[in-house]
Design a protein around this ligand. Structure first.
Ligand code: NAD
Length: 478
């Protein structure tokens, strides 16, 4: 179903994110028939280009970042025809009057802030000054949303000077992933899972977001954030909320976000020995983290593992283990809900344990799988095996999940539709920082030094011990 006609202005329209994600996402929506013919996309950035040059930049981006099989010349030309460009200085007055000339009456207005966060306030201010911040318009804000609670509050206050909460779309692209939405469908669309979704039946939950790349060219930037700020405060926290929240009364934006907020507020303070931070070592020609960060004494973590507890009736007693890091063994993101052992085994299998595990895999091969125990087929007696039950719409999505829509496609269309369910609300972001800040302050006060780990491993040994001590085991990163 096509969305309403819109004018979408992309500030930072020549930048990396716009080229890799935003234009390819919009192109795919046009190909799927969702973008109306009257849609207009305006690139706005500092450099001078005319419309034709800009279309050339976007054409190159589409050819580079859209899978070849999806490129067809008819859609490509139709897409490029929707584009125009205006050179605009976020910090000055150049280009703003001209930009206003692109905005039509009677269509949805959306402004995508795909620029450095230090410019978010300037953009909000100038949209207001130049009369583009009308009641019906929407702004889309990229990550990072603040560096700590104080800066997040300041940013919220700046945006809220000219825009109401209903107009602000704070992106966390993890929420746009098909499987994350499927998680909600599976949890709240079936009677099967919800009765078991609590401390009585769930032994523990683990969330892993592992990357194989180092911090590379972003070293200096990353050195000021670290894995906690860069990944845990936003992405892992959002996943934790969706897994742990109570059923909302309806799938509405405030209903869902109210429940997520309650999870963050119910997080217990984390004991220092339940936080393991790591830094990758050098390997072969590849430098260690400190060299990448440009600071031989850096204590920033490129890896973190945490054991969390949620103090409410549902989860008291069930630990949540989170880990994320750079230069790990494989590029994997998954959530695993590990159920308890059956209370008593009637089968003669001493020492063996069969556990139901629900795995929500975000990367690679998005999908969901439930591990169940069955009898091994054949006449060999009553032997049990664990087999995966695939809960993904495999036929519709193709064998390797290649046709799963990218998170950005879904999210940008949600902005146009005015649906905020998969975006973070201001109070959620602040609550997440309010939980994060004392942990960071704690390890800074303790002068905690991150544990070294070998590139290509699963992180520091201590992270393995975090679960071993509890008689549990991380799932293999593969
Ligand atoms: P980039 O450096 O590639 O692009 C920045 C863009 O901002 C350019 O188009 C530039 O012309 C424009 N710009 C800079 N100063 C300006 C000014 N004064 N006035 C107007 N325009 C100006 O950055 P990026 O990687 O595309 O990142 C953009 C935003 O998205 C950042 O907030 C970043 O944190 C976030 N983000 C990026 C990625 C990614 O993969 N690149 C991922 C997640 C979030």
């Amino acid at each position: 179903i096509p969305v309403d006609p819109f004018d979408l202005v992309i500030f930072g329209g020549t930048g990396d994110l716009a080229r890799r994600k935003i234009y390819p996402g919009l192109y795919q929506r046009m190909k799927a028939g969702q973008m109306p013919a009257e849609a207009r996309i305006v690139g706005a950035a500092r450099s001078e280009h005319d419309d034709e040059e800009f279309r050339g930049i976007v054409r190159d981006a589409l050819i580079e970042f859209v899978p070849e099989k999806d490129i067809d010349s008819e859609t490509l030309e139709a897409f490029l025809a929707c584009l125009s460009y205006e050179a605009v200085d976020a910090r000055g007055d150049a280009g703003w009057e001209e930009l206003k000339g692109h905005i039509r009456d009677g269509v949805v207005h959306a402004f995508y802030f795909s620029v450095a966060p230090s410019l978010f306030g300037d953009l909000a201010e100038r949209l207001h000054t130049y009369g583009m911040a009308g009641d019906g318009c929407r702004i889309v804000v990229e990550k990072p949303f603040g560096h700590d609670l104080a800066s997040a509050k300041e940013l919220n206050a700046t945006l809220e000077k000219h825009f109401s909460e209903e107009q602000i779309y704070r992106i966390d692209h993890y929420l746009g992933k098909e499987t994350v939405q499927n998680l909600m469908a599976v949890r709240f669309g079936n009677v099967l899972f919800e009765p078991l979704w609590n401390a009585q039946y769930v032994d523990h939950i683990q969330i892993t977001v592992a990357e194989t790349v180092g911090v590379g060219g972003r070293g200096e930037y990353y050195d000021r954030s670290g894995a906690m700020r860069d990944m845990v405060q936003n992405h892992l926290m959002q996943l934790l909320c969706l897994i742990a929240m109570e059923p909302p009364s309806r799938f509405g934006s405030d209903e869902v976000r109210d429940e997520k907020l309650k999870v963050i507020r119910a997080l217990e303070p984390v004991q220092p020995h339940h936080i393991i931070r790591g830094q990758y070592e050098a390997k072969g020609d590849e430098p260690d983290f400190r060299e990448d960060a440009g600071d031989p004494r850096s204590r920033t973590e490129s890896f973190i593992a945490l054991r969390l507890a949620i103090s409410n009736w549902r989860w008291a007693g069930t630990p949540f283990y989170l880990r994320t890091g750079k230069k790990l063994k494989a590029r994997t993101s998954e959530i695993a809900v590990v159920f308890k052992d059956a209370p008593h085994s009637i089968f003669d299998e001493t020492g063996k344990s069969h556990r139901n595990i629900l795995t929500i895999r975000l990367q690679p091969n998005e999908g969901m799988e439930l591990c169940v125990t069955i009898k091994e087929p054949g006449p060999g007696g009553m032997r049990l095996v664990d087999v995966p039950l695939d809960m993904t719409f495999a036929d519709a999505l193709g064998p390797d999940g290649a046709d799963i829509p990218e998170a950005y496609e879904r999210l940008i269309m949600d902005v146009i539709r005015g649906n905020q369910t998969l975006f973070m609300r201001g109070d959620e972001v602040e609550a997440a920082w309010a939980w994060t800040d004392p942990l960071i302050a704690g390890w800074e006060a303790r002068n905690d030094v991150p544990k070294p780990y070998e590139p290509g491993s699963s992180g520091p040994e201590d992270a393995l011990m975090l679960m071993h001590r509890d008689g549990r085991k991380w799932r293999e990163i593969k």
